[in-house]
Design a protein around this ligand. Structure first.
Ligand code: MG
Length: 375
């Protein structure tokens, strides 16, 4: 296929600068790509969960979400903020944060690092709202260039990991049913932290022998009891234990990690980039989620740092649509473990994108983050 100069410049976003090529003596690439700022808009969206989602500390049937769009040059970039209530953000807080972003300050959307650092500094916290903006900006830039982010990062789309599927805490009969419904998945994830933990594991083991990852969500308070439970779990085909104890009990976690026959993965303890350094020596691996860490740019940096420190990386998610799951999929070839079943757990996904086929994450085909609005 041939491409004339004008078409090439349009496809690479250089068209606006092309008129000045002569006068700038070939330095057009340094000029801002656009004269008009991108338009940022957002709207709340309630995710309906297929099953009530029960953790050690709470249970719910919906998740508040905000869908974000960045538009310019006929290109729309998508992002979302999924905000489980226990994490402290809400559609109202996201609205308040997103209103502070002045797109007129960012005439060149390709300066992703500068823009996201500026947006991050607008207010502390708000990781999901920041992630929504980060995803939309990555999506817009990728679409403008015409390439998916896994290609821009040089990652092999065939190297996506298998993903676990979460079986929520429930009665033995419902757990057995949910496990049978999850037959497609090669790995299951189970939420523990109640006095029925052993019954839950035994119930799943009565139906399937696939590996199980357990997530305690800080539910065990005593390290000796935690170790006894992990030693019991080690004989049950368990792959690793996620956040077994409260993140503040660092000495207990170091003790547990040294003695545990199973890898210990930090989740609640690891939010953003500086937490990776703090997790080193406390956990064997870390669970990175876009909604915790403000999006793709910081997630990529966290993965790079964790791997350099010799830690294993898990890429996780909240209950979220195929928008954020597709974004996470772009990074997933860098992760040892994936837990990207968030879109499968909701009944009103307004996006198409990354899919899970035979338990494996399938990279979406499109440019940007690869999410397509379909509802
Ligand atoms: Mg977790």
């Amino acid at each position: 296929m041939t491409m004339d100069r004008r078409t090439f410049l349009q496809s690479t976003g250089l068209a606006a600068a092309a008129g000045g090529v002569g006068s700038l003596g070939g330095c057009a690439a340094a000029a801002p790509r656009r004269s008009a700022p991108l338009t940022l808009r957002w709207a709340p969206y309630t995710l309906q969960l297929k099953h009530a989602f029960t953790l050690a500390t709470s249970s719910r049937t919906t998740t508040p979400d905000v869908l974000v769009e960045l538009e310019g040059d006929g290109v729309v970039g998508y992002g979302e903020a999924s905000m489980p209530p226990y994490l402290g953000e809400s559609p109202e807080s996201a609205d308040g944060f997103l209103r502070r972003i002045d797109m007129a300050r960012y005439p060149d959307p390709f300066l992703i690092g500068d823009i996201l650092a500026d947006v991050d500094a607008l207010a502390p916290g708000n990781p999901a709202a920041k992630a929504a903006f980060d995803l939309a900006l990555h999506d817009w830039v990728g679409k403008k260039i015409g390439q998916p982010w896994h290609r821009l990062w040089g990652l092999d789309p065939s190297k996506t990991p298998v993903t676990s599927f979460t079986i929520g805490i429930d009665t033995p009969e419902v757990v057995r049913q949910k496990t049978l419904e999850a037959a497609e998945y090669k790995v299951l994830k189970v939420k523990l932290g109640r006095d029925t933990d052993k019954l839950l594991i035994e119930t799943i083991r009565s139906v399937t022998s696939v590996p199980i990852r357990v997530d305690v969500n800080q539910g065990w308070k005593d390290r000796a009891q935690a170790l006894a439970m992990i030693e019991w779990l080690a004989g049950k085909g368990i792959e690793f234990v996620e956040q077994p104890m409260p993140k503040e009990q660092i000495d207990d976690l170091v003790w547990l990690c040294e003695k545990s026959p199973l890898p210990i993965v930090g989740d609640e303890a690891v939010q953003r980039l500086p937490d990776v350094v703090k997790a080193h020596g406390v956990y064997d691996g870390i669970n990175i989620k876009l909604m915790k860490c403000t999006g793709l740019r910081e997630a990529h940096a966290m993965i790079t740092l964790a791997r350099a420190l010799g830690m294993d990386v898990m890429l996780g998610c909240m209950t979220e649509t195929s928008c954020a799951i597709s974004a996470a999929a772009q990074l997933s070839p860098l992760a040892k473990w994936a837990d990207l079943d968030g879109a499968v757990l909701i009944g009103n996904d307004p996006f198409d994108g990354a899919r899970i086929v035979d338990g494996r994450v399938v990279m979406p085909a499109g440019p940007g983050i690869g999410a397509v609005r379909c509802g």
